[in-house]
Design a protein. Structure first.
Length: 116
């Protein structure tokens, strides 16, 4: 049975939560974007924590769905890492980068969904 985009987002959100990511937000972009169905956005306190959160997300999604990201951007001390799973795009930010880019405000019409 194929994994739905929401199930993939929930697995990724729980993985981020298990590594102490904060402010975990899932935006439902269905009908608002042709790019993906969901944005999962979370915050990590420092670059090392970003790496830990991203590794956990990749591991748990692979283990539970067999899927790996189609692409990823921003490893190696970056303030923002993006994992593109096609229907779900995961954003892991340092606090100041999240404040700067404000994806929740940019996608203000998108409903927030509880996942954690």
């Amino acid at each position: 049975m194929a994994t739905t985009p929401f199930e993939l987002a929930r697995i990724a959100a729980n993985a981020a939560d298990s590594k102490k990511a904060t402010d975990i937000t899932l935006l439902d972009l269905e009908g608002l974007s042709d790019v993906c169905d969901y944005f999962l956005i979370c915050t990590a306190d420092n670059p090392r924590m970003i790496s830990s959160v991203v590794d956990e997300i990749e591991e748990k999604v692979k283990k539970n769905t067999g899927l790996g990201p189609l692409s990823h951007e921003g490893r190696g001390g970056a303030s923002w890492v993006l994992l593109d799973y096609g229907s779900v795009v995961v954003h892991v930010f340092l606090p100041e980068a999240r404040d700067y880019y404000r994806l929740e405000r940019l996608w203000g019409d998108a409903p927030q969904v509880d996942v954690v």
